[in-house]
Design a protein around this ligand. Structure first.
Ligand code: BTN
Length: 276
């Protein structure tokens, strides 16, 4: 597909965010756009600099997992951020950026209702299958955040996944999206990130909590995180996953990979449960 080009991303950005410029680097092939962005950040790349590639040879996800990165099909995008926050405020940034991706996915699907869900802490799902994952990596200097690299993998054109992924992965094309232009999608993601960072820096997760509750696909779902088992009970104002354990107590989980032990919740489950 020839739908990913630096000039096209710039043109899309100019129409969405006139006057804002940033370095945009599109590689044909790279190991990982997160590596490119981290290297550039260490050399002084400014807030907003973005690295994309047609293909990643060592695309990676959380917990050392590989990220399926075939050539020409999907978005592999990493943006350098320099938020002025204390390190302990950072962990829920992936959740907030997940909301940005979810909005872009909904827009691409052209649906009036929210369809993209968030699986804490970093996955975006539609119809129970993962369409996007986020990998946020930070570097520190003198105990302060020097740079944050937010890596986003968004499955766009992939028509069939390797056997081991087929049952749990999807793409915008498989979902019948009407927007499949990777340059336009990249520009929308970048503008969304720009708009989310300021409220996140000022107030953390709080401005995003209502939307997180609506999109939380773990609400009411039995799950396991490391050795903790419980039923999803929402996401708190600090971005922790809440689980109700067998004894009825609510346990906070700050990090980890979640295994759902039942079907994902339909969107809005958490909201109706808490408001009704
Ligand atoms: C996950 O679901 O575990 C996170 C996946 C993150 C994948 C993206 S693709 C762009 C960037 N480069 C990488 O190597 N990883 C992230």
């Amino acid at each position: 597909m020839k739908d990913l080009e630096q000039g096209r991303i710039e043109a899309e950005l100019a129409s969405l965010e006139p006057g804002v410029t940033r370095p945009i680097i599109v590689h044909h092939v790279t190991t990982s756009t997160n590596d490119d962005a981290r290297r550039a950040a260490a050399e002084g790349a400014p807030h907003g600099a973005v690295f994309l590639a047609e293909e990643q040879t060592r695309g990676r996800g959380r917990s050392g997992h590989a990220w399926h990165s075939p050539p020409g099909e999907n978005l592999y995008l990493s943006v350098v951020l320099r938020p002025r926050v204390e390190p302990e405020v950072l962990p829920p940034l992936a959740l907030v950026l997940g909301l940005v991706v979810a909005r872009v996915v909904d827009e691409a699907l052209g649906s009036d209702v929210e369809q993209a869900g968030i699986k804490w802490p970093n996955d975006v799902l539609v119809d129970g299958k993962k369409v996007s994952g986020l990998l946020v990596e930070s570097s520190f200097r003198g105990g302060k955040i020097d740079a944050v690299v937010a890596g986003i993998g968004l499955n766009v054109h992939t028509a069939s996944f390797p056997d081991e992924l087929e049952a749990r992965a999807t793409s915008l094309q498989k979902l019948g999206a009407r927007q499949l232009d990777r340059s336009a999608l990249a520009a929308r993601l970048l503008v969304g990130i720009d708009r989310a960072i300021e409220p996140f820096v000022r107030e953390g997760v709080r401005p995003f909590q209502a939307e997180l509750a609506r999109r939380d696909v773990l609400f009411g779902v039995p799950v396991e995180v490391a050795d903790v088992r419980g039923v999803g009970a929402g996401i708190d104002a600090s971005g922790n996953l809440l689980l109700r354990n067998e004894a009825g107590a609510v346990v906070r989980v700050g990090s980890g990979s979640v295994t759902a032990l039942g079907p994902f919740a339909t969107l809005g489950a958490g909201v109706s449960a808490t408001s009704g």
